[in-house]
Design a protein around this ligand. Structure first.
Ligand SMILES: Cc1cc2nc3c(=O)[nH]c(=O)nc-3n(C[C@H](O)[C@H](O)[C@H](O)COP(=O)(O)OP(=O)(O)OC[C@H]3O[C@@H](n4cnc5c(N)ncnc54)[C@H](O)[C@@H]3O)c2cc1C
Length: 381
């Protein structure tokens, strides 16, 4: 016989763990199913960046809620998120980009984001290791920063467990069970579980899991790399999370070394997480161009993970018309770690109270694609 639970969550990444924690705050005792180990998916491969410098109201509000949560993380969860508010620095490398940056800053300030526009001279004075002769300006928000994705996931999971949630690791969900348009439970590698609430939070795996239910989720996996250098005191702590909007290069400090990544928009969709050495060559070229001192740095290791990407770079969060009781939390398009506190809080409100109050997540519904109500997030890293 199937074991009964208040709610069943597929995926033990930061999103599943946050939803589990927030559901326990509202009196539910969910079960979470993770086919591998908690945080071992894309969460554990993330750069941990947290920023409010987005271009849509929804993403900005998700960030502001989440940043306030990260600031009080230890007080709330009793564990350290390793949150470092070093700021995010976006560099504009053309007059057109600078105009876009100015418009973004005006928009972000409407929602209370503390963000400033810097001149190339100001950038050069504060971060002299950056090449700025091709920089037209920059934006900087001191409240942005980064935290530890694994630490945050485990903190959510531990707090949820203390309140009665159950986490099953090495437990793969094989099928979502629904009858007559109503969620009934899950078939998993460790048995059957029944519940009228099922939350699909397993990243790029979700489209294939919900397709048999007649639900099309427009999420495509793109591989993203990160590389670490050995300890590099030549660029002293702290530096912001720096993004070169020309090449897509980004980097920050991590435990004394430099963590580097780059968005290559020409990459085709793939489920492969193998490290591509050709990619490292492109990244090193972009890095030396922006911070020539990195010539002295040695690459220590690298890894790759997947962005579960939607057409408008907004997540898909909420209920679905096809199956009552089934909720999606997927398609985070590279910003799921930072938004995990807000997503957990808002989705738990939707599940328990029927409406999300802390942040309006209506614009994240799957329906937006069919309804043509799509607003694109353009500041994607
Ligand atoms: C290189 C890289 C850098 C990134 N940098 C940032 C950043 O700076 N800031 C930021 O906010 N975000 C960043 N992201 C994105 C971020 O990692 C994701 O948005 C976030 O981790 C999503 O969390 P998740 O829980 O949805 O997914 P995941 O962490 O992937 O969790 C989903 C889990 O579901 C499990 N699963 C899959 N199928 C099944 C099944 N059938 N049964 C049971 N379990 C299953 C997987 O094993 C996995 O652990 C980055 C991502 C990458 C790849």
């Amino acid at each position: 016989m199937a074991e009964r639970a208040d709610a069943l969550i597929i995926g033990g990444g930061v999103i599943g763990a946050s939803i589990a924690y927030h559901l326990t705050l509202r009196g539910l005792k969910p079960h979470v199913f993770e086919r591998d180990l908690l945080g071992s998916g894309n969460t554990g491969r993330s750069a941990g960046g947290i920023r409010a410098q987005f271009t849509t109201e929804t993403n900005i509000k998700l960030s502001l809620y989440s940043i306030a949560f990260y600031e009080r993380f230890k007080e709330i969860l009793g564990a350290d998120a390793e949150f470092h508010q070093v700021g995010y620095l976006f560099l504009a490398v053309s007059p057109e980009q600078l105009e876009q940056f100015k418009a973004r800053v005006a928009f972000q300030r409407r929602f209370g984001v503390q963000v400033s526009l810097l001149t190339p001279d100001e950038v050069a004075a504060q971060w002299p290791f950056l090449r700025t002769d091709d920089v037209y300006g920059a934006t900087h928000s001191a409240k942005d920063g980064f935290a530890g994705p694994y630490e945050v996931t485990i903190a959510f999971a531990n707090a949820a467990k203390q309140r009665g949630a159950v986490f099953h690791e090495q437990a793969e969900v094989q099928q979502i069970v629904a009858e007559h348009g109503v969620a009934r439970g899950l078939q998993t590698s460790i048995g059957e579980f029944s519940s009228s609430v099922v939350v699909a939070a397993a990243g790029p795996a979700i489209p294939a899991l919900v397709k048999p239910l007649g639900i099309e989720v427009p999420v495509v996996p793109y591989r993203r790399h990160l590389f670490m250098t050995e300890t590099f005191p030549e660029i002293p702590d702290p530096i912001p999370f720096i993004i070169d909007s020309g090449t897509g290069l980004y980097f920050r400090k991590e435990t004394g070394g430099i963590m580097l990544g780059m968005v290559d928009k020409s990459d085709p969709p793939t489920f492969s997480m193998n490290v591509d050495d050709a990619y490292l060559e492109k990244l090193v070229e972009a890095a030396l161009m922006r911070a020539p001192i990195l010539e002295k740095a040695n690459i220590l290791n690298g890894w790759a993970g997947l962005y579960d990407t939607t057409p408008d770079h907004h997540a898909i969060v909420g209920s679905v018309d096809e199956v009552k009781g089934l909720y999606l939390a997927v398609g985070f398009s590279g910003h799921g770690f930072m938004h995990s506190p807000a997503i957990g809080a808002a989705l738990s409100e939707l599940i328990v109270d029927g409406a999300a109050k802390c942040v309006n997540i209506d614009p994240l519904s799957l329906n937006r694609f069919a309804a043509g109500a799509v607003v694109e997030e353009t500041n994607v890293i």
